[in-house]
Write a protein that binds this ligand. Structure first.
Ligand code: WT7
Length: 637
């Protein structure tokens, strides 16, 4: 699927081909995969009803393309390198043959547990090889995996299990994250007390600590895996059968289950992986994202394995045991391509250049970033001190919904410009529109970023609620997929993503709906109303700032703030914990009662002189109080 684009001219040529005759373009790419039956039609689509089909009529199994297709030629090549959280512990390498066998054995375990094609299986696990193996086993047996990031709370886990109607849950006894122990199984037990669907849980023993096992429901992985056969015939899937559900936050309260399907997602992740990173056989690719996010699905698991690559999986965090851990891992495993988030770069940058200088990182040839806009300073630091000015940086813009990279440079092939994701990949047709949905064609302008033509990896629906998919993504600007981002396009046609234009905040590359956090806060009996906004944060990109109108009945304010934080942690997880909570008596509202978030964002950022006209507010008098409160919060912290 590597297009063998070697320079900017050939990129432009391929790009033109891909939009002039998309079906022909994708047919050539798709024919390089292993199909049980070829498609009847490449693409059919309707953005109004959101009825999108790619490679309709085809039969396949994505794991035959991740595993079987590479055997026996790549039997002894390393598929996964696993680096444990504790630096002293041995790492693990699995060859393509070993990975194949373990996936097959796991399929037999799933079968014994009653899992069939179409069943939903929830994976709530730390970054251990068994997570990746379980993902592939689900795909091979035709079950729909839904991975829930290990940083989510029991409540958030239960909500996702129920929405997807999962039958089986796979977890571990626990895991270490930095110095802390995360009791995975205990969190699962709490979640299952709230949820009805799960019939069985499969528990992989990772820490070796004692954990409660419920008879009849909980089964040990190491017991069930005994004597399972090392072959399992991949279930034939229709091109448009669901492959997985992944929950993501939007501007409304409840997270949405984004659904990706088998064939299109496969073609898209392999195609984008090979072209953006310019992966060459034998290279070690390291994506530092957790499999619980889309980046971990597409570029730690599927994209690399579909390409026969060696993918590195790291259980730990960048700052444990100290802030040189990433550089140590790059040296230890001679990583060639490193793909991480701007937030990680900024946090490591704060520790200076002496740490990376101590490690031999000559193996690096390509660097990537994902998840949020990268600021110029972080880009330069990454380029100078990690890539030593030798390595191109690909700033990759995409979303959970897009399945894979949409706008990005092709490493070393297309020109790069710091803070610009740059050009659309072949097959991607972006368009900037104004608030009325009218296309903006002038060079050097900002607009709402939309996509006007389908691409194989796009979402097909939101699980259990197709109407919500139509409303959220395809109705703001009829006939277009709306990304929720604003972007700038320069005179050369390069895109810079400015960030979200909806009520979504991006904290360390993770997405939260402000409404979702507000809903959690409002559960507190003393909270009357709340408004959550993002504010600029040096490391996290955006921090979480909550204004809460509270009931003033002899309550200790410090205690209340503490309880509200705990509530958010309980409802969503530590990752969504507000940085600041300001207790207030009123929020700026329009005459129709709508909260003026724009003003709240400016106050949270301390940009008092950019509030604009506040005279039309219903309650302009509250502004002074809000400013005072913000000032004292900032000085007291
Ligand atoms: C949102 C999607 C893509 C996988 C990780 C996040 C922001 C993503 C970039 C980038 C500027 C970016 C956008 C997007 N975003 N990549 N390279 N430059 N912004 O996936 O949780 O679905 O979030 O992340 O705002 O809409 P996600």
């Amino acid at each position: 699927m590597n297009l063998s684009i070697t320079n900017f001219d050939s990129y432009q040529e391929k790009y033109q081909q891909s939009i002039k005759n998309p079906d022909q373009f994708w047919e050539v790419i798709a024919s390089q995969f292993k199909w049980q039956k070829k498609w009847d039609k490449v693409c059919s689509w309707d953005f109004n009803q959101v009825d999108i089909k790619w490679f309709e009529g085809a039969k396949l199994n994505i794991t035959e393309n991740c595993l079987d297709r590479h055997l026996p030629q790549k039997a002894n090549d390393i598929a996964i390198i696993w680096e444990p959280s504790e630096p002293g512990q041995p790492f693990i390498q699995l060859t393509y043959q070993q990975l194949y066998e373990q996936v097959c054995q796991t399929c037999s375990m799933l079968k014994e547990l009653g899992i069939e094609k179409g069943d939903r299986v929830c994976l709530y696990m730390p970054m251990v090889p068994e997570l990746l193996i379980a993902v592939l086993a689900c795909a091979r047996i035709g079950a729909v995996h839904t991975v829930v990031f290990g940083g989510f709370s029991a409540n958030a886990l239960a909500e996702r299990i129920d929405d997807a109607g999962c039958k089986l849950l796979i977890t571990t006894d626990g895991a270490k994250r930095g110095h802390k122990i995360i009791p995975f199984k205990q969190i699962v037990d709490e979640a299952l007390a709230l949820s009805k669907h799960i019939e069985k849980t499969l528990v992989y023993r990772h820490l070796g600590e004692k954990c409660a096992m419920q008879q009849g429901r909980d089964i040990w992985w190491h017991e069930l895996s005994q004597n399972q056969p090392s072959e399992f015939i991949a279930v034939a899937m229709d091109a448009e059968d669901p492959l997985f559900i992944l929950y993501t936050s939007g501007s409304t309260g409840k997270p949405k289950g984004v659904v990706h399907t088998c064939a299109g997602y496969m073609v898209w992740t392999a195609f984008t992986f090979q072209n953006v990173f310019q992966y060459k056989e034998g290279e070690v690719f390291w994506c530092s994202a957790d499999i619980g996010w889309i980046t971990g699905h597409s570029y730690l698991t599927y994209g690399p394995l579909l390409s026969g690559a060696t993918t590195l999986m790291f259980e730990g965090i960048p700052t444990y045991p100290d802030a040189s851990r990433f550089w140590q891992v790059i040296e230890r495993h001679r990583v060639n391509i490193f793909y991480t988030a701007p937030t990680a770069i900024r946090s490591l940058m704060a520790h200076g250049t002496t740490l990376p200088e101590q490690f031999e990182m000559e193996s690096l040839s390509v660097l990537g970033t994902v998840g949020e806009p990268i600021n110029e300073e972080a880009w330069q630091w990454y380029f100078n001190y990690i890539g030593k000015r030798r390595c191109p940086i690909v700033d990759t813009w995409w979303q959970t919904e897009t399945g894979g990279i949409m706008i990005a440079g092709l490493a070393g092939v297309t020109p790069q410009k710091p803070t610009f994701a740059s050009y659309p990949l072949p097959g991607v047709q972006p368009i900037l529109v104004n608030e009325n949905g009218k296309e903006i064609t002038e060079p050097s302008t900002n607009g709402y970023l939309c996509i006007k033509y389908p691409w194989p990896g796009m979402l097909r629906t939101t699980y259990g609620d197709h109407e919500r998919c139509i409303q959220t993504y395809f109705s703001t600007f009829p006939g277009l997929y709306f990304t929720g981002d604003g972007a700038f396009r320069d005179e050369l046609g390069m895109y810079r993503i400015n960030g979200r234009v909806d009520d979504v905040i991006n904290v360390s590359g993770h997405r939260f709906g402000t409404a979702e956090i507000e809903n959690a806060i409002n559960l507190h009996p003393n909270a009357i109303e709340s408004a959550v906004v993002g504010y600029p944060h040096d490391i996290k990109g955006e921090g979480i700032y909550a204004y809460v109108i509270f009931e003033q009945n002899e309550i200790n304010e410090e205690q209340l703030i503490h309880e509200i934080k705990d509530l958010v942690i309980k409802q969503i997880g530590k990752i969504a914990q507000p940085d600041y909570i300001q207790l207030v008596q009123g929020l700026p509202k329009t005459r129709s009662g709508k909260i003026m978030r724009r003003i709240l964002r400016k106050i949270a950022a301390g940009q008092y002189d950019e509030l604009g006209d506040t005279s039309t507010l219903l309650n302009p008098e509250c502004i002074e109080f809000l400013k005072e409160g913000q000032k004292s919060l900032m000085t007291s912290s």
